[in-house]
Design a protein around this ligand. Structure first.
Ligand SMILES: C[C@@](CO)(OP(=O)(O)O)[C@H](O)COP(=O)(O)OP(=O)(O)OC[C@H]1O[C@@H](n2ccc(N)nc2=O)[C@H](O)[C@@H]1O
Ligand SMILES: Nc1ncnc2c1ncn2[C@@H]1O[C@H](COP(=O)(O)OP(=O)(O)O)[C@@H](O)[C@H]1O
Length: 284
């Protein structure tokens, strides 16, 4: 068996370039309109075959019990769905902040589904994997398909979209935001008029979670103000806490990163309409 094929599977971050809430489903989940783009920056996963039914992480993630790790849950879900008899050891080389709105957990889960389906030869289609993934998190199907997308519903209805592959500076302002708490906030705007792709392209779109998160986490508001002072249009991704802005090019984004206040972490990455996971599958 060629074990190199089991190593180095990318799990890229995503940005929500805007996020509107257009209503609420009977089960309380919010109906969204959003645009997802991938970044050239993310976690990397290595797998090893294990005999028998054993699926386990190589090491525990901070504050995540091994049983709750989305990679372990994804691998078990794939075994259940296909009846595959063996197991896997999963090592997540974690780069993305957790609870930062960059979708790291969902991306790790999607990469586990796509990689193990290939390595185990379980033969599910991308549609099958996306359906399995949706039971783990709303964003997992987008990561499985790996195309920048206009998305509606809770993220399960989406279509590919071609976006400028801008260079972004992404700032993590050092706080963790609970997605559930943001969606539960009474002040959240939940009745946005549905918009079109043309509205988004013309800049008539924002992130309705921003004012809620800024109210509870002043560091997020400060990071947005700091970005604005660099002469760029700032935005929060998902339910936060990370904020980002597109710069004129890689050099301009890196110059701004050098000026970043020491209290915050940041990185520069390029927006991608096709995720690194798709490129890896092409090479596999
Ligand atoms: C809003 C997005 C945009 O990418 O934000 P981020 O989590 O990436 O910031 C995601 O779709 C997040 O999806 P997902 O990752 O599945 O959310 P979870 O953490 O499972 O949601 C936690 C809780 O938030 C609420 N929730 C979540 C998504 C949604 N469309 N409506 C909701 O009301 C539900 O109460 C849910 O139990
Ligand atoms: N492999 C994983 N990577 C990241 N988070 C995970 C993982 N498994 C479970 N989680 C849980 O999912 C939560 C959301 O993580 P993440 O997807 O990184 O953030 P967000 O949804 O804000 O983009 C984490 O706070 C953590 O408790």
């Amino acid at each position: 068996m060629n074990l190199d094929a089991w190593k180095g599977w990318p799990a890229p971050a995503k940005l929500n370039l805007f996020l509107h809430i257009t209503g609420r489903r009977p089960d309380g989940y919010h109906a969204l309109q959003t645009v997802f783009q991938f970044l050239s920056h993310g976690d990397v996963l290595d797998f090893e075959p294990l005999p028998g039914n054993e699926v386990r992480p190589a090491h525990a993630l901070e504050d995540v019990a091994p049983e709750d790790d989305l990679t372990v849950r994804a691998a078990r879900r794939l075994k259940q769905a296909t009846g595959y008899g063996d197991g896997a050891l999963i090592r997540v080389r974690k780069v993305l902040p957790m609870g930062g709105g960059l979708g790291g957990g969902s991306s790790d889960a999607a990469t586990t589904l796509v990689a193990l389906n290939h390595l185990w030869g379980t033969g599910l289609s991308l549609e099958d994997l996306a359906e399995l993934g949706l039971t783990l998190g709303a964003d997992v199907p987008i990561f499985v398909h790996g195309r920048a997308a206009w998305a509606e519903g809770v993220g399960e209805c989406f279509e590919p979209i071609d976006l400028p592959e801008s260079w972004y500076l992404v700032i993590h302002p050092g706080v963790h935001v609970s997605t559930g708490a943001v969606f539960g906030d009474p002040g959240l705007t939940r009745n946005c008029e549905p918009i079109t792709i043309a509205d988004f392209t013309a800049g008539r779109a924002g992130n309705v979670c921003e004012p809620i998160v800024c109210k509870h986490y002043p560091a997020v508001a400060e990071a947005l103000v700091w970005l604005e002072r660099q002469g760029v249009q700032p935005r929060m991704t998902g339910t936060g806490s990370c904020v980002f802005a597109a710069f004129a090019g890689e050099d301009a984004a890196r110059d701004a990163l050098v000026r970043l206040p020491a209290a915050w972490q940041g990185f520069v990455a390029q927006g991608q309409n096709r995720s690194a996971l798709q490129d890896r599958m092409d090479r596999a």
